[in-house]
Write a protein that binds this ligand. Sequence first.
Ligand code: SF4
Length: 326
Amino acid sequence: MALLEAKDLHVGYRTFEGYLHVLNGVKIEVDEGERVGLVGETGCGKTTTVKTILRVLPMPPAQVQGGEILYRGEDVLRMSTHAVRDLRRREITAIFQDPLQALNPMFTVGTQLRDILKDSKAGRDGGRLTKRDIEKRCIVALQETGMPDPERIMTNYPSQLSGGMRQRVCIAEALSREARLLLADEPTTNLDVTIQDQILRKLDELVDEKGTSVLMITHSMGVVRDLTQRLYVMYAGSMVETARTKELLACPRHPYTQGLMKSVPRLTGEGISEGIPGRIPNYLEPPSGCRFHPRCEHVMPVCKEAIPPFYAVDEDHFAACYLYRS
Ligand code: SF4
């Protein structure tokens, strides 16, 4: 059984203009100890997917229209509020792009970190964490994110820190929870390149040491190449391709993924990257059938009629595209 399995997830938002059908049958699986990447353009529904899994989407205006999110076989969408809160405290943790969503402006960094450590696995199971242990662990957790002067930062409120520092605090908090699954939504976007590298290495260590599963949401192909074993590519609210990361990056099969790969900036002087013509569709009136068809150079009549299912293109490699219909 997969640790996390989202099946045929449909999520939308009611707005004054009409209904935005944002997630259109999303499927995703993360196994125990696995590192999975989710890539796609900004606005394709990656963050909505993460927030739906955590049940933190504001409802209304958001609405889950259908589907299941199974965590160790139990449907998160049907759990009580109390059970979901417990799940977020002990089993699933997240790092978001915007650190202000995660930090409480009323408490110092130290207070927030200490609370997490008291409730961490070591605190719960062993019950042996003294005040001194907790203090030391807080400092180490901040140091591991590359935070300068962690003793002083412990006494600061989030509003006294820069955006990058707040993000490091969020990362320290998430890593301190010792959760089974980490949802990392563009966790290093606001950090310097050198710190990004440190943080990604830390995440890598965490997975190896503690067997934590990771769902890494990003638009950076470099990040998924280094950190993940398997990859999902998302376009306009649907998964369009999935495979082992190495294979998918070496041989993308869906026309959207191929375009995405051509959009990666080149540093070798071979000219400007080609990119994908057009833009992500308006969710108020999404295109019929394959949502990529207005931008696809291979479009066929069938593409406009029905949503393509996943077709096997290789071993453990699937693409939602009629080009691979046998
Ligand atoms: Fe292009 Fe059709 Fe494949 Fe969609 S299903 S990506 S429109 S060829």
